[in-house]
Design a protein around this ligand. Sequence first.
Ligand code: SAM
Length: 244
Amino acid sequence: MREMHPGADADAQLRGGAAYPNVILRARFCEDALRAAVGQGVRQYVIVGAGFDSFALRRPDWAREVEIVEVDHPATQGFKLQRLQACGVEVPPHVQFVAADLGAEKLGDALGRSRFRVGEPAFFAWLGVTMYLPRDANLATFREIARLGAGGGELVFTYADAKRFDETASHSQRYAKMREMVTSVGEPFVSGFDPTAIGADLAACGLRLVEDVGTDDLIRRYDPQGLNGMHADGLGRIARAVVT
Ligand SMILES: C[S@@+](CC[C@H](N)C(=O)[O-])C[C@H]1O[C@@H](n2cnc3c(N)ncnc32)[C@H](O)[C@@H]1O
């Protein structure tokens, strides 16, 4: 009989859900883009709504000189810091944590409490967040990132295809499961963008769309042979934009 590694059940459970590829593929796509930006001289990385993002802790050699700022809701960030401490994980000196409720405070004001330098090139990640916020709040954050990144800025963000909110469309079972899951934890998706209009939406906020792909495309890109058994629900997207 094949030996199972500890946690194999949890692993299988995770891989079975559509959220799993979303999380690992967005991190991979974002960090590939970050690596290219660092190669071009970017030395500031702002992770907006960082959650339990672990980049700062597993920082690869190519990011050695990058100043990382994690901005997150005080409740989530407080819990993360508590867990890091409880697990004996030391926070590296190049990482700063800024607690901010971005529903009540502008990103720029929050970054004012960090060593972030406005006017110098910066890379922003905004992963797994826009779908929980109303459209106006998302557009305001795009504009804020364009302002903060005026010295050479790049943004990678995920969004839900607006079709997700079309009650008349026929949706997959994976979509239904995902919707049930986020709603059951009290965090329903509230807004999305139309992929055919996202370029214009960004342009109106001072950003130029460079790449926009679906999670299914990313599965084909990073796991062409399907070795990880990942399946997406077809409505999650990730985009890369630069400040104009
Ligand atoms: C689904 S998690 C995504 C975490 C991580 N970026 C990732 O890719 O896995 C959503 C994150 O958005 C943050 N968030 C939600 N509302 C927020 C708010 N009003 N202000 C700041 N952060 C917020 C949460 O604290 C959480 O860390």
